[in-house]
Design a binder for this molecule. Structure first.
Ligand code: PGA
Length: 250
């Protein structure tokens, strides 16, 4: 992989005023570094202001945390892919563990969202990951393969436009992160899933997420199979997010 992706998932935090003050502090002294991209996933109401703010900054991209696959209509509370795109989003988080486990999103729905995002020329960041009991029962790879199976039927060109985040459910927001070696094993399996489908080795970035913080980011990112990080809690404060985004810079 030639680039490293640092993705911030703000979840239900940082509405427009907070997003603005975060960016004031975060961008103060920001310098683009080749080989790394910063992706921000603010809540829907903040997409436009964040996108406008970073529009002229190379290496920074804004995404939506969720979308609905229908183009428009009577779907109260939902956000269409084109609305997200018009607001400035270029990527969409799909199948985040909180969508799956708090809001009951199914694999089928996840697959429809991935296709809707691809159809509108945006990048789906598909999240996969096992629960603690699935892990304890040795089912990690079976779960990951089931979650990836929603991509079956997509052609090689579409598959090559996807980004994956491996986020073990037991590591999200808990302070417990997978060891780099454990994450590396799952990442290798994901990379090989894509290779078996004809996507050239390493084209699809696989990010790690789950309790990434300034203290462990270096160790995780030094694992070969980890192409970037998806960060929740530690991306909410400009200083800790700056520290993570600076990993690997001297
Ligand atoms: P966390 O969240 O960094 O707070 O564990 C990661 C995520 O949910 O994407």
């Amino acid at each position: 992989m030639t680039k490293t992706i640092f993705a911030a998932n703000w979840k239900m935090n940082h509405g427009p005023p907070d997003a603005g003050s975060f960016l004031d502090r975060f961008l103060d002294g920001y310098q683009q570094e080749s080989g790394r991209e910063l992706w921000f996933f603010p809540p829907a109401v903040s997409i436009q202001s964040v996108a406008q703010r970073v529009a002229r900054l190379p290496g920074i991209l804004v995404g939506a945390q969720n979308v609905y696959w229908e183009p428009k209509g009577a779907f109260t509370g939902e956000l269409s892919v084109s609305m997200a795109k018009d607001a400035g989003a270029r990527a969409v988080l799909v199948g985040h563990s909180e969508r799956r486990h708090v809001f009951g999103e199914t694999d089928d729905e996840t697959g429809r969202k991935v296709r809707a995002v691809l159809d509108s020329a945006m990048t789906p960041l598909l999240c996969v990951g096992e629960t603690l009991s699935e892990r304890d029962n040795g089912k990690t790879l079976a779960v990951i393969h089931r979650q990836l199976a929603v991509l079956d039927g997509l052609d090689g060109e579409s598959l090559a436009r996807i980004v994956i985040a491996y986020e073990p459910v037991w590591a999200i927001g808990t302070g417990k992160n997978a060891t780099p070696a454990d994450a590396g094993t799952v990442h290798a399996a994901i990379h090989s899933w894509f290779e078996k489908r004809g996507v050239v080795g390493g084209t699809v970035p696989v990010l790690y997420g789950g309790s990434v913080k300034p203290e462990n980011a270096q160790e995780l990112l030094s694992e070969d199979e980890i192409d970037g990080v998806l960060v929740g809690g530690a991306s909410l404060e400009p200083k800790s997010w700056q520290a993570i985004c600076a990993v690997g810079l001297d």
